[in-house]
Design a protein around this ligand. Structure first.
Ligand code: LLP
Length: 405
């Protein structure tokens, strides 16, 4: 049974730390990591947590403590991972459309680097030649993922070097004496179908003979987790078997043994996170009852940006009859979290919890409308600890340079 925080625990934590509040459950993250290890135990697979999903340093420290590595998408994420105690060889930096200077800075830390443009690859070759093993992110032209916004491997996507340009990569490798150690793809987020990963592997397999120093196939992240009750996620046990099968074929065909890397974000942290808000105002309008909460798209933008479903429960009136609500935010935008959603009868001041809030929740939060970002709490060994305090007005002003009259 998955580890969960109960309504009672969440209510108590909300009472203690106030709302709006993100709450993360360390043991649930551990459990997900162990599921991955179990599913892939027969292949030489390494996991790099895609920390863009949630970069709170205390969470990163927990993830490091359970033996997982870190995948970063910016130099700042690299620095947060270092702060959390990851060693450079446990950190992967996969850049997209960055200035070459950012790649140089990442290299100065000695982390693994994946490059996703011919232009940066050329500059990398010019500067480092064979001295710094590097990964190449390819775009395999595969449509995958929960919706178009989070689909990154298709033939109109900005990500990666189009696979049809592989010859150019090979040319550059020869010209600049590049040490290409990794081929990388990441085709999207919320990929349920295991066959999509298999197709990605097959695209890369064809390219192996062109890269004599290849040691790693990095298949990115994108495992789907259930968001709607009863929904299924990616069958990672099946995927583990598939990966074993496909890599067995490579070994035979090319007489080469390669490592497999994955970069899961949502899989590790989505279900470990809860977002707790309180209801400010109930407003009846015709048939619709609006429950206006003390949050909005500034705190959890996924429903408005991707049309994502987050399950919502009223944890302070659990036994009441469910009623139909439009649950909306307090921002001067149409920030609807859920429409026509059945929730146990809501009263003003009730506490609502949003599930699956660990991934891309706080991380995509902003100070829009000059509102404060939520605080964050990490529950570990049953002890809730504040791991980010709430903003203050001073925080909002901290980076402003106020002109004198
Ligand atoms: N690796 C790379 C290179 C990525 O770009 C991403 C996510 C991942 C790994 C991790 O993917 P995951 O396992 O979390 O699906 N904000 C969106 C998701 C954007 C994902 C961006 N890249 C959302 O809230 O659905």
């Amino acid at each position: 049974m998955p580890q969960v925080l109960t309504h009672q625990q969440l209510l108590k934590i909300a009472g203690e730390f106030g709302t709006p509040l993100y709450v993360y459950h360390a043991e649930r993250i551990t459990e997900q990591y162990h599921r991955l290890q179990e599913a892939f135990k027969e292949t030489s697979t390494t996991f790099f947590y895609a920390c863009k999903a949630l970069t709170n340093v205390s969470v990163l420290k927990h993830i490091k403590s359970i033996g997982c590595n870190a995948d970063c998408s910016s130099l700042n994420e690299v620095q947060l991972a270092l702060k959390a105690g990851f060693r450079p060889e446990q950190i992967l930096y996969t850049s997209n459309n960055v200035a070459f200077s950012e790649i140089e800075n990442a290299a100065s830390f000695g982390v693994h680097i994946n490059i996703d443009s011919l232009s940066n690859l050329r500059k990398f070759g010019q500067k480092y030649g064979h001295s710094y093993p590097v990964g190449v992110r390819l775009r395999p032209n595969i449509m995958a993922g929960g919706n178009l916004k989070i689909s990154t491997g298709h033939n109109k996507s900005k990500f990666g070097i189009p696979v049809e340009d592989t010859e150019k990569v090979v040319q550059l490798m020869k010209e600049k004496n590049l040490h290409i150690r990794t081929l990388h793809i990441h085709t999207g987020s919320e990929i349920k179908d295991v066959e999509v990963f298999a197709r990605g592997i097959e695209v890369l397999f064809e390219l192996i003979p062109h890269f004599p120093e290849l040691e790693v196939i990095d298949l990115g992240g994108g495992f789907k987790v259930p968001y709607v009750p009863g929904e299924e996620g990616t069958d990672i046990t099946l995927l583990g078997k598939k990966v074993k099968e496909e890599f067995g074929t490579i070994e035979k065909r090319y007489n080469r043994k390669l490592q497999v890397w994955f970069e899961p974000g949502k899989f590790l942290v989505s279900e470990a996170g809860y977002f707790i808000v309180q209801v400010n105002v109930l407003k009846q309008s015709g048939d619709t009852c609006f429950a206006g909460v003390n949050s909005g798209l500034n705190h959890l933008i996924r429903p408005m940006f991707y049309g994502s479903y987050h399950h919502i429960e009223n944890i302070s009136n659990v036994a009441a009859e469910p009623q139909r609500y439009n649950i909306t935010g307090n921002i001067c935008e149409t920030d609807t979290f859920a429409e026509d959603r059945m929730v146990a009868e809501i009263r003003e001041d009730d506490y609502l919890v949003f599930y699956n809030a660990g991934a891309y929740g706080f991380e995509m939060a902003s100070n829009y409308n000059s509102r404060f970002k939520p605080a964050e709490v990490l529950v570990k060994n049953n002890i809730p600890t504040l791991v980010r305090r709430r903003d203050t007005l001073e925080d909002l002003l901290a980076t402003q340079v106020v002109m004198t009259d």
